[in-house]
Write a protein of this length. Structure first.
Length: 260
């Protein structure tokens, strides 16, 4: 199946008519960085289902890759209806995020940590404004705001939300779920919407989320989302230019918020 970036995802059609999804953790680099990801996804799907979120149901799982026999962690699950859209209704998408983040989540055993703290240490090679990037890295490392920990998806964006026309089909790809700051989910979705649908759609989503959740989004998390990547080794001038453009806006909003 297309769209997966860290695992191989297969559609299975059974003789009894059922259609299932098999997710295999074949990318060794991902497992080296996050060896607990398969077990975390199993726990997240179980936990999310218990909170009545629309997620795939687990049919079988071998999260350590020791039962199937090929050493590859695997999860077999139901296939949710619908397709992902790059520019869904901002209000509907915000409603999904707010439902995931509703109060609670403390019972979930996996907790948030910033990604790439050891590798995102300096401005990228093709950065045109290294001083601004260096300032953003300092903000990321020293100015994390207080937050109420909630259950978060940790990779929430339109590509992981399925729709049947305008109705929610469900949310997929829970390998990074944890208890942490809802703002990082909002920022992740904002980043992807800005890339796929434009900044107006991204801003509309954030405004709708603030209204749905009753929480003001802190631009610190937009900065965190942009800089938490392997920028020390990424060689993609176009990607760097896009990140710089969004980072300039995030830093402006963060500075304005800091003066309030």
């Amino acid at each position: 199946m297309p769209g997966a970036s860290s695992t191989a995802v297969h559609e299975l059609r059974l003789d009894d008519g059922r259609v299932l999804v098999l997710r295999r953790y074949v990318w060794t680099g991902f497992l080296e960085d996050e060896p607990d990801a398969p077990e975390r996804e199993v726990a997240a799907l179980t936990y999310a289902a218990g909170r009545e979120l629309r997620v795939p149901a687990i049919i079988a799982a071998d999260p350590r890759g020791v039962e199937v026999g090929d050493g590859i962690p695997a999860i077999l699950m139901t296939r949710l209806p619908g397709r992902a859209h790059p520019n869904p209704s901002p209000e509907a998408l915000a409603g999904v995020a707010a439902a995931i983040h509703r109060p609670g989540g403390g019972a979930f055993e996996h907790h948030y940590f910033p990604w790439c703290r050891d590798t995102s240490t300096r401005p990228p090679k093709d950065c045109r404004n290294p001083d601004q990037w260096a300032a953003a890295l300092e903000v990321w490392r020293s100015a994390e705001p207080p937050y109420e920990p909630r259950f978060i998806h940790r990779d929430f964006h339109p590509g992981n939300v399925l729709w049947v026309r305008s109705r929610l089909g469900g949310v997929v790809d829970w390998a990074n779920a944890c208890v942490g700051p809802p703002g990082i989910d909002v920022a992740t979705c904002r980043w992807n919407l800005a890339d796929w649908a434009g900044t107006a759609a991204a801003d509309a989503f954030v405004a709708a989320y603030e209204q749905r959740s009753g929480q003001r989004h802190d631009p610190y998390w937009d900065i965190a989302k942009i800089v938490e990547d392997d920028w020390d080794v990424i060689d993609d001038p176009g990607r760097v230019a896009q990140a710089e453009h969004l980072l300039a806006d995030a830093m402006r909003r963060w500075l304005e918020r800091s003066r309030d």
